[in-house]
Structure formats: C-alpha cells, structure tokens
Ligand binder design. Sequence first.
Ligand code: UDX
Length: 505
Amino acid sequence: MEKLLNNISNEVTPHVVIFPLPIQGPVNCMLKLAELILSLSRGTISVTFINSEFIQHLLDLHSPAPARLSRFGPSFGFETVSDGLGPYENPRGGQQLANITNYLGDQAQATVSRLRELLVYGSAGPRRKPVTCIIADGFFWFMPDVAKEIGVPLVYFETVSPCGLWTYLCLPKMLQAGDLPFPGDDLDALVTSVPGMETYLRRRDLASFCRDYDPNDQVIQLFLKEAQYYSSAQGHILNTFDDLEGELLSHMRPFSPNMYTVGPLHLNLMTRLEQKQSDNVDSPLSFSNNIWQEDRSCLTWLDAQPSKSVLFVSIGSLAFMTKDQLVEFWHGLVNSGMRFLWVRRPNSVIDIVDEDQLDISDEVLAGTKERALIVSWVPQEAVLKHRAIGGFLTHSGWNSTLESIVEGVPMICWPFFVDQQVNSRLVSEVWKMGLDMKDNCNRVVIETMVKDLMGARKEEFLKKVDCMAKLAAQAVGPGGSSYNQLNRLIDDIKFKRLAIPSNAH
Ligand code: UDX
C-alpha cells in the first residue's frame, strides 16, 4: 500500500511556488533561482512565482525578465497578490517593509483560501498542477503554518547575508545574555553572544534597530518572529559559498540542518547558462531582473575611462540619505580627485525638493562635470564587470556585496540598515576587502577613504578581493560546493525528497 501511495505521489509533476519579499533585492535573487530551477531541471519542474501587484507592474514595464522566462512556456507562470500599500504612487521603501510583511501575514490568515488555491493548484501554465514545494522569503514568519496546512515542504530562501541572518537568529540569545538592550553607550564594545563573531562584532555592527531597542517596535517584532520560525522550514537556501562564510555556517547548522548554499547565485546562473550555451542550448546571457529602467549610456561613458580608474557609487534599492549627507558625499567624492559613476535613485534623498537648494560650490560642480557621471539606475552587474571600475562605494546590501566580490572590486561600505551593518564589518575586518565608513559620513572621511581604496591601499584590497573572486568562481564551477548544493536542491525538489510537515489542523 505504501509503495502504491509513493508511486501515485511520484506521478505528480514537481511544482514549486516561489514567494519573495516584494522588493528589488529578493525579487532579483528569487527570479534567478527560478530560472536556474527551470533551466537545469529541463522542464521537469514547474514554477509559479508570486509577486506583489506593484512589483509585477514594474517588472512588466521595465524588465526583460518576464519575456526571458516565457521561453519556459507552460512550465512557468507569475501570480500576484496585493502588498496592502494601496495605489502605486504610495511610498514603498525600507520604512514600509514591516507593513508589507505584516499585511501579507494577516492576509495569509484572512485570505488563506486564496493562497491555498494558489498553493494547491499553482498556475504554471494552462494545465494547473498541484504544488509540491514552497520556496519563500525567510522573513515570511507565517509560511510554516501555510505549508503545514497545504501539506507541502517549505524551503526558506534568506536573500540577506548569512552573517547578518546569524545575528538575527541570535537575537533571543543576545537578550538572554544581556547584550541587548545595550548595557551602556559604548557602540565599540564587543558583542559576545553571537557564536563565531565574538572577536570582531561590535554593537555598532548590529542592525540599527538594536541601537534604540524597543521590544514593542514592529520591526523588532518581525526579526524576533523570524528567529522563532526559521527552524520550522524543511530546508534553507542561502546565497553564499563555503569559502566565504563556511565557519559561520557551521554555527548555524543547528538552526538549519538542511542547508543549501548556492551562492553567489548570479554567478551560478551565469556559469550554468553559459555552460548550456556551449552545449548548444539556446539561453540568453543577459539576466537583468531590474524593476527600474536601466540607463545603459553609462557603459559607453565607462568605455572612455582608463582601467580601474572609476569609483562606482550606489546605495541600492531601499537606502536613502539626507540632504546634508548628499552634500558631504558630493564634496568628498569630488575632493578625492577620482573619477566616479554615481547612481542617484529618484527619491533616495529625503528632505530635498530640488537640487538647486543644495549648498554645492562651483568648484565641486566643475569637478563633477570633468570626472563624473550621475545617473538614476544602471545595469549594476555589467557596471561592476567593466574594466574601468576600480572601487565601489556601497550601502553593503548583500547582492551588491556579492556582485562586487565576484568582479574583484574592493569596497567602501556605508551601511544603512538590517544586515548591511554586519556585512560591512565582515568586508573590512574579516575579509579585508575594503573599508567600513559606517556612522561616519563627512567629506573628509569620504575623500580619505576614496584615496585609500583607489590609491594608497589599492593593491592590498585588490589582492584580497581577487582571491575571493577566484574562490567564488570555483564554488559555482563543476564539482564546486555551490554547484553541488544547487544540484542537490533541484534533485530534492524533483524527486520529492523534502519532508512534508505534519498537518497542525
Ligand atoms: C535589500 C537590503 O537592503 C539588503 O541589505 C539585503 O541584503 C537585501 O535586500 P537592496 O537595497 O535592494 O537590498 O540592496 P542589494 O541587496 O545590494 O540589491 C540591490 C540590487 O539592485 C543588486 O542586485 C544590484 O545589482 C541592483 N542594482 C542596484 C542595479 O541593478 N542597478 C542600480 O543602479 C543599483
């Protein structure tokens, strides 16, 4: 009888529902994962990708991803849900993350039938197939209950850095040990209750919400819930590789015994599809999943610059700066005398109505005209790959960090929130691939750090990051750790090897 049941369940075509947090970074990562699953399983696994209506609208407007994924025919489909934030004109920045997640969590209860229909039947293609696995953002604390109710395995994909994630998972431990709330004002004091980080993690390297710790704050509540529910999943996908974070991963194993380290994911995708191309399989080699219009003219501008002479400046998709910080950045960059390509996303500077209000001297404007280009959004992976790029002033988002490592580009880190504070500490203190400017935004510091990164200490940083870039390439190459882990993930989905959570209802 058991054999008969197994045979019946094995006849159901594997069908994964992928559900990212509806913001640029996670959507980008999860689309890449979807493409890898579809491509490497050669159509034997179907994928339904759930976006918020807002993200889907932007993808349809600006991104080649929907057209690119259409090559998988009925094996791939998008589905949309509301993010609860109303009309598309309403703000959807970092400040709204908690609202979106809570809304989706509330909706998972209130509209469980909607999700359930989606999760039971999915939508990949005209032939509706039952869902056999859910891959959801690690921030979605409500998904273990949904997966249990539907009776399919849940794999969390945490698109933030594992080093950052590890500090979230240790929040209860930090509270218990008295490291949180901070027992004093010294932000340079070491935090001793995060195993593996005792020698370098300072209070200022924890997510900024730890600084004014308020147990009732809804953002903190979300991170505590993440720590509480994280282990309930049947597997955990992490965008990293063993040579980068292996030691920390060993501390995390008790929380996630079935860990798939598949990073750097974008390199895994590029390498795998390039390999398929050489196997004469038709695959596109541009993998942009950007939800905003890319200004590709910057690549022509870069073509005209000397090798490794340009600092790339970008603070990602959610971080923002104040008007005063913008003025400090601007002066520091120009005063460094270096060339720079600066992404200034619309609405990324608060309290500014128009740039004419800014206190920018004629000399600084002249220096900008002479040596810089300012644009609103670029194809970042292509920019970092360009031979003219010699450094990256980044907000230390995890995708940006990995993209920089893969291209061997040293970094100056100006972290904004969540995992970024931790990432920047590892970049500077553990991996020694750059400098950490956290909490220190003034023109003199910026000028000095740019000169150091692009001049005085250039070779020292290049050596470290080049070495890590080679290890990243090995990890995703045949037989490498991330190559093998990705194969294992796909096989586990294909052959339905993941445990099914027992139904709580
Ligand atoms: C968010 C969080 O801020 C970050 O800490 C977490 O690690 C992931 O989710 P985000 O601000 O989106 O990230 O930063 P990041 O993870 O670096 O992702 C930004 C993505 O946008 C990168 O893949 C980058 O290539 C892309 N990008 C950015 C562009 O394509 N063009 C740009 O001009 C800027």
